[in-house]
Write a protein that binds this ligand. Structure first.
Ligand SMILES: Cc1ncc(C[n+]2csc(CCOP(=O)(O)OP(=O)(O)O)c2C)c(N)n1
Ligand SMILES: [Mg+2]
Length: 348
């Protein structure tokens, strides 16, 4: 039985500030791993920044940015095996890229095109979940099922701070705890649920405290520190594979971008705080760490960025080359016998 300890209050960190706080290191990561983490961070950053441009140009639809969330996604995914399962929310809309999904597929999803509907079995990646927290019980079910079959697979489910107020989160967390499901509940605490601040979301001192009530460890980590996220997730994965059940990880960050392309945060957010947080954004912090270590030079940095940009250019071109979808597809799996009005109506 895993020991249930009060949630850690302090934030785990590995990357220093280049000044008073020294850099740490993570056992088991070699120079190749450190550069691969950088490549993945840059890939997601480039995807995100280009997607905002594509939205402005009318080439993709409503888009949920994840600027400054990259370290949470890259660090946690790097601790998984390819056979482990990922349950993303809309905030992890491009996490499939870390498993070899072509950018065109992720972009097509945001274009509302069927070529963006991937088979979850191809990547061990569930569909993007837009309803808040409803995918938590799905992830628990998959993880428990794998355990019942005697497989060593674990699952990770990503959700936000706002999701911890939803019934589905609590039902899922309770079930995971009781069944000792091999699951990581990964909470991206960006301190906002659209315009609702964390202070209005919960009376608990930390979100990780919620883990105690479900009999699982709760860990708090700096969400802008890719190495700390990796290490915390690696520990949780080891615990899950050893049969010790789920872990709740609260990765703390700050939302520096709008909630989505339809949002205007200037009416509710403290812009000075946003500017302050941008100074410590996760890709730049990791780049600084690598440079202090002597593990990244200008030429390599430029090459990695150019490759990511080229992938995106190819991706949007491929997504736009798809023939228009048949609107009838929307109803194809909804009715055996469509009502007459609908049969006529959708081909106007
Ligand atoms: C069940 C449900 N209720 C309400 C919404 C509308 N909604 C979309 S995003 C959002 C805020 C979620 O905030 P959080 O969980 O912190 O995730 P974040 O967007 O910050 O990553 C809400 C309320 C929804 N999508 N689903
Ligand atoms: Mg949030």
């Amino acid at each position: 039985m895993a020991q249930v300890v009060p949630a850690e209050r302090g934030l785990r960190r590995v990357i220093g500030d280049g000044d008073n706080v020294p850099d740490g290191e993570v056992d088991g990561l070699d120079g190749g791993d450190l550069l691969e983490l950088y490549r993945q961070l840059v890939l997601l950053r480039t995807y995100d920044e280009r997607s905002v441009v594509y939205h402005r140009q009318g080439r993709i639809g409503t888009y949920a940015m994840f600027w400054n969330h990259e370290a949470m996604q890259v660090g946690s995914n790097y601790a998984l095996e390819r056979s482990d399962w990922i349950f993303p929310s809309y905030r992890e809309g491009a996490i499939g890229l870390l498993r070899g999904m072509p950018p065109a597929t992720a972009l097509s999803w945001w274009r509302g095109h069927p070529s963006g509907w991937w088979n979850p079995l191809d990547y061990n990646l569930a569909s993007i979940c837009v309803p808040i927290a409803t995918h938590v019980p799905h992830a628990v079910g998959l993880a428990w099922g794998k355990k019942l079959r005697g497989e060593r697979t674990v699952a990770i489910v990503y959700f936000g701070d706002g999701a911890t107020s939803e019934g589905a989160f609590h039902e899922g967390a309770n079930f995971a705890g009781v069944m000792r499901a091999p699951l990581i509940l990964f909470c991206n605490n960006n301190q906002w649920a659209i315009s609702t601040p964390l202070s209005a979301q919960t009376a608990a001192p930390t979100l990780a405290d919620k883990a105690i009530g479900y009999g699982m460890p709760g860990v708090r980590v700096d969400g802008a520190d890719v190495l700390a996220v990796y290490e915390a997730t690696r520990d949780a994965v080891a615990r899950a594979r050893a049969g010790d059940g789920p872990t709740f990880i609260e990765a703390v960050t700050y939302r520096c971008a709008p909630h989505g392309t339809a949002d205007d945060p200037s009416v509710y957010i403290d812009q000075d705080r946003v500017e302050e947080e941008k100074q410590h954004e996760c890709v730049g912090r990791y780049e600084g760490y690598l440079r202090r270590l002597g593990a990244l030079d200008d030429a390599t940095g430029e090459r990695v960025k150019a490759e990511a940009l080229e992938l995106m250019r190819e991706g949007i071109a491929a997504a736009e080359a798809e023939p228009p979808a048949d609107p009838g597809l929307i109803f194809e799996h909804a009715y055996v016998d469509p009502p007459p009005a609908m049969r006529e109506g959708w081909r106007v």
